[in-house]
Design a protein around this ligand. Sequence first.
Ligand code: NAI
Length: 335
Amino acid sequence: MPPKKPAIAFFGVWKDMEVYLAEQMKGLPYANYPSALDPVKINSCIELLVVFVESKVTSAVIQALPQLKYIATMSTGYDHIDLKAAKKRNIAVANVPVYGNVTVAEHTMSLMLGLTRKLFLSAERVKEGIYDFHGLRGVDLAGKTLGVIGTGHIGQSLIKMARGFGLTILAYDLFPNLTAAKKLNFTYTNLNSLLKRSDIITLHIPLTAATYHFINKKNIALIKKGSYLINTARGALVDPTALLKALESGHLAGAGLDVLEDEDLIQNYEEIIQGTCTACELKTSLINKLIIERQNTIVTPHNAFNSTEAIKRIVDTTVLNIKAFIKNKPINLVC
Ligand code: NAI
C-alpha cells in the first residue's frame, strides 16, 4: 500500500496564483479553495492547513479539525491564528518571514508621497475636468524627520528608501539593531521622543497583545501637531477613535493606512445585519467608514504585499515550508 499522503488544503488562493502554485506543489496532493476559510464548511480531514490573513484560524476552527498537524500562513503576520490553541494541540505553525520587505516599504513610501503631495486630490480634480493647482500645495519630504516604529525587515527597507529622499530617521524598537543603525545612518530614541519629534510616523511592528492600540488616545496627543501617520502593519495597532479625533481636530495632517482594525467587516454587511459582530466591532466599522471618507486620508485595502514578485516569493516559501514539514525538518516555525 502506498504511504498515506497528507491532506493539504489551501484557502484564499486567487485564480492568477493557481498555475504557479500547481507547478510548485507538483507531486503533493492538495485541495485549493479560492475563498477564505469558512468555519462552517470546513472539511474535518485536513491535516495541513494553508491560509492567508483573511482566514481566521480560531480555537473553534482548530477544534473542528481533529487531524490537523500543521498550519502555514502565506504571510509574515500571524495574528489571525490562535497560537495558544495550536500549541495546546501540538500543531506547528509556520509563516513567510521575509518576502515583501521591499514590497511593503514601497507601498509605505507611496502612501507617504500620496499624502504629502495630495496626489489623489490632484488627480481627482483633473479627472473632473478642473486643471488648477490652487489649494493643492504639498510639503517636501526632504529635510523632514521620519519616525520608524519597528526596525525589522520592512522598517529597514523603508529606512534605506527614505534616506534617498533626504529624510532624517528616528527609530524605536523593542530590540534596537545598532549595527543597522550605523550602516543605514539612523538614530534610536524612546517612543515618546519619536512621537514628539517626527513629521511622519510609520508603524512596522507586529500586532500582539502588547502592541494592541500601540498608538492610542494618550500618546497620539504627544505627536507633533501637523504630522502624518502611516500604518502598513496591522490595523489594531492604532486606536481608530483616537485617530479619527486627531484627524478631525487637525492635530494630524493626514493618515495613510493599508490596514484597519476589524477590516474584515468592511463590506461584510451580512455579518453586520445578522448581528454576529459585537457592539465594539460595529463601532469600529463606523469609525473606519468615517476615516476612509476623509479628504486627508488615503486608505488601501491591505494591498501593501500585493506585487507580482512578492506573491511568487510567498508561494515559493510556503511550498518550502510544507515540504520541510513533511520531511520532519520544519522551518520558519512561529509556534
Ligand atoms: P520583523 O519581525 O522583521 O520586524 C518587526 C520589528 O518589530 C522587530 O524589529 C521587533 O523587534 C519589533 N517589535 C516587536 N514588538 C515590538 C514592540 N512592542 N515595540 C517595539 N518594537 C517591537 O517584521 P516585518 O517583516 O518588518 O513586518 C512587520 C509587520 O508588517 C508584520 O508583523 C505584519 O503585521 C506587517 N505586514 C503587513 C503587510 C501588508 O500587506 N500590509 C505585509 C507584510 C507584513
